[in-house]
Design a protein around this ligand. Structure first.
Ligand SMILES: CCCCCCCCCCCCCCCCCCC/C=C/C(=O)SCCNC(=O)CCNC(=O)[C@H](O)C(C)(C)COP(=O)(O)OP(=O)(O)OC[C@H]1O[C@@H](n2cnc3c(N)ncnc32)[C@H](O)[C@@H]1OP(=O)(O)O
Ligand SMILES: Cc1cc2nc3c(=O)[nH]c(=O)nc-3n(C[C@H](O)[C@H](O)[C@H](O)COP(=O)(O)OP(=O)(O)OC[C@H]3O[C@@H](n4cnc5c(N)ncnc54)[C@H](O)[C@@H]3O)c2cc1C
Length: 674
């Protein structure tokens, strides 16, 4: 029997789940949103942006040709950008719209099943102008960019190099005669490759190039470069630009290539906050830290933690709601087929996804606050906290994107065959999130950056020197005994720290051994990189676990008792899950016994059963409108089979009773006339 909820016909199993939920869903929504005020503001923004129906497509994006898809994404980007400038900026309390509202960013997802071609404009072009320009440059470029009179992207990666920025080949050679830079692509591998929106959408871009002046190379620097006519949009002479072709995802982002043939730009178009070239060609370094030109990447790494938390919340909402309406198999012959959510293996796949969405959401807020503090210090000329922050943002970006991609795929598995349908919404989420593991710094490469910091911190701890906060646990690495296992939340977090410290110690010991055996420092490091990546991963897991736990305790201090209980169950589940995933490491670096681990497994399974009645309530608490989910399986009303059939009937393949392929190929073959 169907039931109605807010004038909506709701699948009875979902209605039953909602009746079973024993905590106040809205209170958990407030926790996830960062407070009641944020929830109210988000809802206002969503109402204005989505109630008009402007986000909807007449024909599903998946049935469009690549060109139609792109044009449709541009059309909707223009609608959304106009809304952002007018109604939404005011609602979100921004003076002008821009990068500072995650809600505006998240609401945009209702308009795009893949991504907006404007993503790089708002996500990297505008932030680079904000972070890399002098005040004079900013006052010229920022209003034009924010008002979208010009649209830009961030072109750093080349065909030949993405990771190794110092290896980029595009040159910017200063000509003091004309006071211009000459941009040039000397080789095929120096062509810019990948920048989002570059293919067809943007008329400007940030180009990262090797700066030459007075015959000397000063390394990579950012330049703002016009590539298309502001009126006709035709590429300017000396510019070769185009789109790079179909990809696994991001197919509405017109990622592009770009080459320069001795293309001239004014001297003032070098972004000069951190370094300058004077009129006569003299190079002047302004910044106190050599890596400040990498600032936009650090900003995006911070933002991505929030981005993947949101996408994981979407995938877990889809998979949990679907698992509540799907019934399969008959383990007890006299009873009806159970909801698949009743299978403990299904709970094992899904509840960790819910807990991880919470963990990453709370870590992302904490990371953003730390970033703001680092920026404030740097404004005052102090860059001391940058190395720790680079290490922290690198590992959190790597682990959050990798875990989210893995768990989104797990959500697809949990939806069986229907999860493979594009209309389930999960394939697009996976394609988007799996790219985040690679772009803005590949997983391995970023963990190795964190490992550099860990090794240095370990050496400081060894020399009894002071340690920075996120690695202060390394001070206990020299006690000589294994960490004492204790299955309380704090005990497990201490064990995770012991794993990180133990793994770092092993790396240091092995590198020293290898160097004593004659290897150079570089080769000893290289031979230890598998373990260094593992040490950085362990460090990151300790940071996430610690932050998640502390933040939940803080945020639920005044919550109702049942909310406290369910939030505590989720954090505990997160800790048990990762302890059980790392039993080998725990046996190596802590006093845990076989019995402790058997007991922990049982405690984990019992926890799954405790969370089970609240599972739908927990994903409802993410409060994701159907427009954001784009899913036949995950909509609030649970009309899964009806929606799957409605979508199937929309397929252009069903427009004609007999396909043309019959008369062209099938019939001639079957009649032996091919
Ligand atoms: C209308 C429609 C609406 C639409 C929607 C609205 C949108 C709203 C906007 C919101 C935005 C949201 C999301 C944004 C998504 C954006 C999509 C992005 C798409 C992708 C873009 C890209 O990928 S851009 C290219 C990114 N590239 C990389 O990340 C390259 C990775 N490589 C590196 O970072 C570096 O090369 C390196 C770190 C691996 C090595 O650098 P390098 O060789 O120079 O250094 P060393 O190894 O020698 O190290 C020396 C020393 O420096 C330290 N260090 C390195 N980097 C940093 C740093 N960044 N900060 C501080 N310190 C650094 C390093 O650790 C060493 O230290 P030691 O002390 O010597 O050990
Ligand atoms: C969807 C998408 C959008 C993008 N958008 C943009 C954009 O807008 N602008 C832009 O400039 N770029 C963009 N990029 C490019 C992106 O930043 C790079 O692809 C990314 O930084 C990885 O670099 P790479 O491709 O050179 O990989 P590579 O460095 O070639 O990596 C290949 C393999 O080599 C390994 N490897 C490389 N170096 C090391 C090392 N030192 N130690 C150990 N292993 C190593 C990696 O771990 C990886 O397994 C985008 C990429 C994608 C996929």
């Amino acid at each position: 029997m169907t039931q109605t909820n807010n004038n909506m016909t709701v699948n009875p199993d979902l209605a039953m789940e909602r009746a079973k939920c024993n905590f106040n869903v809205l209170e958990v929504t407030h926790i996830f949103d960062g407070g009641e005020r944020n929830t109210l503001q988000r809802k206002k923004i969503e109402d204005v942006a989505l109630n008009s129906g402007a986000s909807k497509d007449a024909l599903g994006e998946e049935h469009m040709s690549p060109k139609e898809k792109y044009e449709n994404a541009v059309r909707k980007s223009c609608i959304y950008a106009t809304m952002m400038k007018n109604e939404l900026a005011e609602l979100s309390g921004l003076e002008s719209f821009g990068v500072s509202s995650p809600v505006i960013r998240r609401t945009a997802d209702a308009f795009f099943k893949e991504v907006s071609p404007f993503l790089l404009h708002l996500g990297m072009f505008v932030p680079t102008i904000m972070g890399q320009c002098t005040p004079e440059q900013q006052s010229y470029w920022l209003p034009r960019a924010l008002d979208m009179q010009i649209i830009g992207t961030y072109a750093q990666t080349e065909l030949g190099h993405g990771t190794f920025i110092r290896g980029l080949e595009t040159t910017a050679t200063y000509d003091p005669e004309t006071e211009e830079f000459v941009l040039h692509s000397p080789t095929l591998s120096s062509y810019k490759w990948w920048a989002g929106g570059l293919g067809k959408t943007v008329n400007y871009c940030i180009v990262v190039a090797q700066l030459y002046t007075k015959g000397e190379c000063h390394g990579t620097h950012p330049f703002i470069v016009q590539i298309r006519d502001e009126d006709t949009h035709v590429p300017l002479p000396g510019i070769k630009v185009g789109e790079i072709g179909p990809k696994m995802g991001f197919n509405t982002a017109d990622n592009g290539f770009l080459g320069f043939d001795h293309y001239r730009i004014p001297r003032e178009h070098m972004l000069m906050k951190n370094a300058q070239v004077l009129k006569d060609g003299t190079y002047v370094k302004v910044a106190r830290h050599g890596k400040l030109t990498y600032g936009t990447m650090v900003f995006v790494r911070v933002v991505l933690v929030n981005e993947v938390a949101f996408n994981l919340a979407k995938a877990s909402t889809i998979a949990v709601r679907y698992s509540a309406i799907r019934r399969q198999s008959k383990p007890k012959p006299d009873e009806v087929e159970p909801q698949i959510l009743d299978y403990v293996t299904q709970q094992h796949k899904l509840f960790i996804a819910i807990a991880t969405a919470h963990a990453l959401q709370l870590c992302s807020t904490w990371l953003w606050e730390s970033f703001s503090a680092v920026l404030a210090q740097m404004k005052g000329g102090n860059t001391d906290t940058l190395p720790e922050f680079h290490a922290l943002s690198s590992c959190l970006k790597a682990i959050s994107t990798s875990d989210s991609a893995h768990l989104i795929e797990q959500c697809r598995h949990a939806c069986g065959g229907h999860g493979y349908m594009i209309s389930s919404g999960i394939p697009n989420l996976y394609n988007f999130v799996s790219a985040t593991r690679t772009y803005e710094g590949d997983y391995t490469v970023l963990l190795l950056q964190t490992a550099r910091f860990l090794v240095k911190a370990y050496e400081q701890a060894e020399a009894k020197k002071p340690l920075t906060p996120t690695v202060s646990y390394l001070a206990h690495a020299f006690s000589g005994s294994r960490a004492t296992w204790d299955n309380s939340p704090d005990g497990i977090i201490r064990s995770f720290q012991a794993l990180a410290a133990g793994k770092t110690a092993v790396c240091v010991t092995n590198m020293r051994k290898r160097m004593r055996a004659g290897l150079s420092q570089v080769d000893a490091w290289e031979m230890s990189t598998i373990q260094l990546v593992a040490a950085a991963e362990a460090h990151c897991r300790a940071v996430i676990a610690d932050t998640y736990r502390k933040e939940i305790v803080r945020l639920t201090a005044n919550s109702s008792p049942n909310v406290k209980v369910v939030m505590d169950q989720l954090t505990t589940l997160y800790l048990y899950y990762w302890a059980l995933e790392r039993t080998g490491d725990l046996l190596m670096f802590t006093s845990v016994s076989q019995k402790d681990l058997v007991d922990l497994q049982i405690a984990y399974e019992e926890l799954l059963l405790k969370i089970r009645p609240n599972a739908v309530g927990l994903v409802d608490a993410f409060d994701l409108r159907d427009e954001l989910l784009h899913s036949t399986l995950g909509s609030y009303d649970g009309r899964v089979y009806e929606r799957l059939m409605e979508e199937a009937l929309k397929s252009p393949m069903n427009k004609e009773p007999v396909s043309d392929a019959y008369s062209k190929y099938l019939r001639p073959m079957m009649k032996g006339k091919l």
